[in-house]
Design a protein around this ligand. Structure first.
Ligand code: TNX
Length: 525
């Protein structure tokens, strides 16, 4: 069904005569669509009353000759080159660019610098030229993906409607957490997901690297972690791990797209993979058996065993050294067999090791039950328990990252009959993942403590990259808008008509997605 509320002007623009419908594009329906379906919705958008920009023979990408800008320029040229089927050159700024240039300019820092201010960007599309301006590479990337979302391709001609956009994110932390421990996803798979994240202006890739079922990052000072515990995965499936070189490549690939990587080493629970590799971490001194089930809460480290502190120091120091960003995640969730006193000592020790290695601490909600240094990031997830400790931690200076299970856990089934996913936090349709407000969801939370929003996808039931993207899309787009766009500019009916047009892009990429019945998709199955 066509979106009901298209203005006539746009409907005319999209109308085609039957003779132009070539059989080879039959997958794309020729129904009138608005070219303006940006997700997340930008702060300010003016449609300009002039013809669209058309990518042409003389089109180039123009940047200043600085390494990070050249990289952004190359990505931009590659993106539009692939779209138009013709190579686009990157040129250095200087002489007046030829007509049809896409000019990327890095501006000075924003003076009043609120959260996310460096990610501010401006896009001006006119008939003869496109300009993207931002103080940061991340902001330039936001501008470029905005152009990509605006672009339409018809018979090899790439057009971008004339617009002026001024935009900035509401929250500085807009993340996706991926569990690569229950099932392993290799560097190439993650690069695909990073592309999707960038398309929706997310900026943090949180990797849950260790759990009972497998250890996924090689730690040079504790080599047996990956030698003995990386092959396993849930259900006897194949495992895998990242070498430090893989991790560096992933970090760089993400950084070029404005995304930082936050590694999570989950302690003191969810550690069977470590106990299987190093028997000295268990009270008996014997290694545990490998585990490929999906129970949680049974494994734990012991604060008072002699091997424990050296283990934490070795692992977190090595991981911090591999981490380009400011944050390292210590886990801390679902430790069901430890007394509160030992748990508190443990969290303090792990936090101290991370800080000594020069990083800031992130932990799951449970760490709020222990004394925390101000500035610690506490990640909310369990919508079933009393949030009192979490609220108190915020009042005492913790920063809050909102990942409510009932809204942003994208491993939950869409509906009871859905073949993939879990159900402990309920069923999450696309509207559920869209219609919520991070600063008021948990009563009593000081709004200014909320640093951001993170979607999470746990992989107990997800074995392939198609499984993964089916759970992410369309809900990741919804959570991304919650993280970017302030509540007064968010509206389900409006989002619903915009997201309807994104299936076309997912099809173009060849990624699997869920045709939620809540949306009138503009492409046929
Ligand atoms: C809870 S979220 C967990 C994970 C599971 C997930 C499944 C969190 C901190 N712990 O161990 O994989 O539920 O949805």
């Amino acid at each position: 069904m066509a979106p009901a509320n298209q203005p006539a002007r746009r409907a005319v623009r999209g109308t085609v005569t039957p003779s132009r419908i070539a059989p080879r594009v039959s997958r794309v329906t020729r129904r009138p669509v608005s070219p303006i379906a940006l997700i997340p919705r930008p702060q300010h958008l003016d449609e300009l009353d002039e013809p669209p920009f058309v990518l042409g023979e003389t089109s180039t990408v123009v940047v200043e000759p600085r390494p990070e800008l050249i990289q952004t320029g190359v990505l931009t040229a590659d993106l539009f080159g692939r779209l138009s089927g013709r190579a686009i050159e990157v040129r250095y700024a200087g002489a007046e660019p030829a007509p049809g240039a896409i000019v990327l300019t890095r501006t000075g820092p924003v003076a009043d610098g609120g959260p996310g201010a460096d990610e501010t960007y401006q896009v001006v599309v006119r008939a003869g030229r496109v300009e993207v301006r931002s103080p940061s590479v991340a902001g330039l990337v936001h501008g470029v993906v905005t152009l990509r979302q605006l672009a339409t391709v018809e018979e090899g001609s790439v057009r971008i409607p004339a617009v002026r956009i001024q935009d900035a994110p509401r929250f500085a932390w807009r993340g996706l957490s991926i569990d690569v421990a229950r099932h392993f996803f290799g560097v190439e798979d993650l690069k695909g997901v990073i592309g999707l994240m960038a398309h929706y202006k997310l900026n943090v890739l949180h990797l849950h690297l260790t759990d009972d079922q497998g250890w996924r990052l090689h730690v040079p000072s504790r080599p047996k972690l990956t030698e003995l515990s990386s092959d396993s995965a849930v259900g006897g499936d194949r495992g895998g791990f990242y070498t430090p070189g893989d991790f560096a490549a992933l970090t760089e690939y993400a950084a070029a797209r404005g995304i930082r990587v936050v590694p999570e080493i989950d302690v003191p629970g969810h550690v069977n993979a470590a106990l299987h590799a190093y028997g000295e971490l268990t009270p008996s001194g014997e290694p545990t058996d490998a585990y490929d089930g999906i129970e949680v809460g049974f494994s734990r480290l012991h604060a008072d065993l002699p091997a424990t502190q050296p283990f934490l120091e070795a692992v977190f120091t090595d991981v911090a050294a591999m981490t380009a960003g400011e944050h390292v995640h210590i886990g801390g969730d679902e430790v069901l067999t430890m007394e509160p006193e030992e748990y508190a000592r443990f969290v303090a020790l792990a936090s101290q090791v991370v800080r000594a290695a020069g990083k800031k601490v992130v932990g799951w909600q449970e760490i709020a039950q222990t004394p925390l240094e101000p500035g610690t990031v506490v990640q909310y997830w369990d919508t079933r328990v009393d949030p009192e400790p979490f609220v108190r931690a915020a009042r005492e200076g913790a920063l809050l990252l909102m990942s409510p299970g009932s809204k942003s856990y994208l491993d939950m089934k869409y509906d009871p009959t859905f073949p993939l996913g879990l159900e402990w936090a309920g069923h999450i349709e696309v509207r559920d993942s869209y219609d919520w407000e991070p600063t008021t969801l948990v009563e009593g939370v000081p709004a200014e403590s909320v640093v951001g929003v993170e979607a999470a996808v746990w992989t107990e039931t997800l074995r392939t990259v198609d499984d993964l993207t089916t759970m992410l899309l369309p809900r990741l787009a919804a959570v991304a808008e919650v993280a970017w766009t302030p509540p007064q500019a968010r509206d389900w009916a409006d989002f619903r008509t915009r997201v309807a047009q994104h299936g076309r892009f997912w099809d173009h990429l060849g990624v699997a997605w869920h045709r939620s019945p809540q949306v009138d998709w503009t492409t046929r199955p």
